[in-house]
Write a protein that binds this ligand. Structure first.
Ligand code: TXA
Ligand code: MG
Length: 342
């Protein structure tokens, strides 16, 4: 199958473009589209055959549940029940936006493959004009995981989707670079207090300001994480081993010198202002402590590392404030928990 890419950046003929995407979706196909976090690979969430195509295209394990994307907040009541006052408050505050909420599902509406083995359903309303226009033209729910091949970083540009899924899906709606750059926060509302299963753009502090204390699931790699099915699956690891390292030019310089003695070439992912002249490659993510910029550029940098001949990648850590928690969660996972020890 040929993969068509349509730019929806320029408002030209966009009605026609959205109708084309909706035609594919209503006839049981899949379409990749931008959200404010990462690109998603969508199928009509009520169409079991269509949803299965997502798993096929991505090579995703079939027991890992998908997020249902909706274009209107009220739609949540069609698919979920037992929504608490806190749930309502969170939706009112953060939707549209990068907060996925897990509720008890109403059985028999969403296709079984969207919620395999669970009684719950994950729902979010994305905050991206293209995603919202698509959902509102479709008038239906889209099941959509990130639009990468399983085991690759989530795509933050249409080109990343094309790289991974070329020939496997019919259409990519190209809306340019995504904004947040890491996946949505996943908050399980069926536990008391609610549990953050995956940190993301909406931070723990932001959530707690609205509903009070929440739990954060242990994110230590290799640890059993029972409530989040996705956590037990293969996650992205770059081709070269990645080590998290302190944001200290002397320590990084010494690490590179030691690795060079072993004949290893080193790629570094870090802030703009850290000067590491001995790095064989340096991928800058943005100003130091600008965790938003780091989140926005992390996945692209990881993909770029895979295009180099680096033997080792050093990922410079950032602080955990704001979206920094999500950045460090993804970086630590990609490193399999490894830190550089001199
Ligand atoms: O930002 C995002 O969330 C992106 C964009 C496309 O919306 N989507 C995304 O989907 O990251 P995915 O499938 O790559 O990650 C969804 C995560 C997985 O870890 C999955 O296991 C978890 O959410 N999940 C989905 N439904 C769940 C449920 N009912 N209970 C527990 N975890 C669930
Ligand atoms: Mg994913």
């Amino acid at each position: 199958m040929e993969t068509e890419q349509i730019s929806v950046d320029n408002h030209q003929d966009n009605d026609k473009n959205y109708r084309r995407a909706v035609d594919i979706l209503t006839s049981g196909g899949v379409v990749a589209f931008p959200t404010e976090t990462v690109y998603g690979l969508g199928a009509l969430a009520t169409d079991e055959q269509a949803v299965r195509k997502i798993f096929e295209a991505k090579g995703r394990p079939s027991d890992n549940p998908l997020i249902v994307h909706i274009g209107q907040q009220e739609e949540v009541h069609k698919y979920a029940t037992g929504i608490t006052e806190d749930g309502e408050k969170l939706m009112a505050t953060f939707w549209p936006g990068s907060l996925t909420l897990i509720f008890e599902k109403i059985p028999g509406i969403i296709a079984p493959s969207v919620t395999p083995g669970v009684e719950t359903v994950a729902i979010r309303m994305p905050d991206h004009p293209v995603a919202l226009a698509l959902l509102q033209t479709l008038h239906g729910p889209l099941a959509a995981p990130s639009a990468n091949r399983s085991g690759k970083p989530s795509p933050t540009e249409a080109a990343h989707v094309f790289e991974d899924l070329q020939g496997r899906i019919p259409l990519i709606l190209d809306g340019g670079q995504t904004g947040v750059g890491v996946e949505s926060t996943v908050l399980d509302m069926t536990t008391n207090p609610p549990t953050i299963l995956r940190p993301g753009g909406v931070t723990r502090e932001m959530i707690e300001e609205v509903i009070g204390p929440v739990k954060a699931e242990s994110k230590a790699p290799g640890e059993q994480a029972p409530r989040s099915p996705g956590m037990k699956y293969m996650h992205y690891a770059p081709e070269a081993p990645l080590f998290v390292i302190e944001p200290d030019a002397t320590i990084i310089g010494e690490a590179i010198a030691a690795l060079h003695v072993e004949g290893k070439r080193v790629a570094v992912i870090g802030p703009d202002d850290l000067t590491i002249p001995t790095a064989d490659w340096y991928f800058a993510l943005g100003p130091r402590h600008n965790n938003e910029a780091m989140a926005a550029h992390l996945y692209r940098a990881l993909r770029q590392c895979d295009l180099t001949a680096a033997d080792v990648i050093l990922g410079v850590e950032t602080d955990l404030t704001g979206v920094g928690a999500a950045v460090m969660n993804r970086l630590t996972k990609a490193a399999d928990g490894k830190r550089y020890m001199s």
